[in-house]
Design a protein around this ligand. Sequence first.
Ligand SMILES: [Zn+2]
Length: 88
Amino acid sequence: MKRKDPFRIKFCIMCGKRIPPTSDRQKLCSERCAKKRKVLHRRGLPAPYENCTEPPMQTYTLGEVNAEARAHGMSYGQYMLKRSRGEL
Ligand SMILES: [Zn+2]
């Protein structure tokens, strides 16, 4: 039942912030994050959100989280609880 990429939000793999959908391949929000990413890469470390298929929770606005919770037939609280348990 898991939907893929519910909001089609692009997010920075370093800080998890939302990225304006200017480029399809863009994965970093700023030059600063791009530099940090390079430092990690040189050490062979992944970016914090490198392997996230869904945007981190702080990427969403409250209204979007509410809408997503409703789409799952849950209240905001239930949704956040499930999400924090990794059930979504
Ligand atoms: Zn960033």
